[in-house]
Ligand binder design. Sequence first.
Ligand code: FCB
Length: 437
Amino acid sequence: MPERFTFTRADFPDGFVWGAATSAYQIEGSSFGGAGPSHWDTFATTPGNVVRGEDGRVACDHFHRWEEDLDFVRGAGLDAYRFSTSWARVIPEGRGAPNADGLAFYDRLVDGMCARGLQPWLTLYHWELPSPLADLGGWRNRDIAYWFADYAEVVMRTLGDRIYATAPINEPWCVAWLSHFLGQHAPGLRDIRAAARAMHHVLLAHGRATQAMHALGCTGLGAVMNFEHAEPADASAEAADRARTYDAIYNRWFVEAVTRGAYPAEALAGLEPHLPAGWEKDFATITAPVNWLGINYYTRKLIGPAPGPWPALEEVDGPLEKTDMGWEIYPDGLHGFLRRVADTAPGLPLFVTENGMATDVSPDDGPRIAYLEDHVAAVRRAMAEGVPLRGYFVWSLLDNYEWALGYEKRFGLVHVDFDSLARTPKASWHALRAALA
Ligand code: FCB
């Protein structure tokens, strides 16, 4: 197993941004600092939803240990830190009065980044919806676009002067499809109408928040979407058709809405009857100009036909080496999406905003080094072919709360002992530090 990377900072253009990413619920500890309840707190503590019923009440205790954590970002030689603010921490009721302690925490955190020479990369929604808004229907309710824009304004009035780049919503596919159709994330629904509405409202919220932040004078506004290479599981026409459907729902719906103002026909085929009336008129808002796009990439899926109603598809187990998530390792998929998104949105600067693997073979951590090495090689190939890629963020800085899979999936460059909460940099952290020195 490799102990170091073959690339160095010098192999990349000046100004190429190296970063690490985290999110609020996964690391902060939702029980600290006056945060309100979020739908993840209740989803996690409802039996059957999360492995061992684990939740984010303490997580990595980043709320109290953030200075040490920022030192690890700086210590690795990284340029940027991608973090998120928790809506439930900033506005416990979702609407109305902000929590002064919550805003003060993020104020200190951003100052801490600036003091260490790190670019603050902000995500406004990485999934902890305030429970009072979930009670009103959450992402099924069109009003969420306006609640979210108000929250974006509250955050930006406090932090905006120091933020380098902002994405309103992390991974709209997860917010909408994974959470309202597949039922694997909060609120755990499996309902086509709920899913269709969430698929649309998450984009409307992105657009409204973008407009609101633009009106405040904020710059560096982008969008972060996840992509999964979809391949037919066999040579049949049915498998090819279902892979196209999967691709349309996952990899085309959001990016084409934001950049082209349209939804792909292959996804509308199943979703259109369930979309809110007048959805076409919202594209004027959804296409609010963005300055950059972020690509989160982890794996590919083999897709085959399945009985039952649309989309009538299923994931088929693949032959490639897998991570602890059970995800196949497929760096060519990242290369492919960089090319594809560059074609979909000509001229827009692109960033890999998440890439990494769950593995737990400490102390050597060789599989993670190999995974990152191979994906960075895919990035370099795309750049050599002209893709305007400007930066790369590792998921994740710390081992953390991996949502429905709890604490056992270790994505961190830094190991966290979840009993003592002690942090220990892994071999991948040391290798990155050597490569970026
Ligand atoms: C992404 C999420 C992130 C983490 C990684 C493994 O989908 O943005 O929070 O769960 O996957």
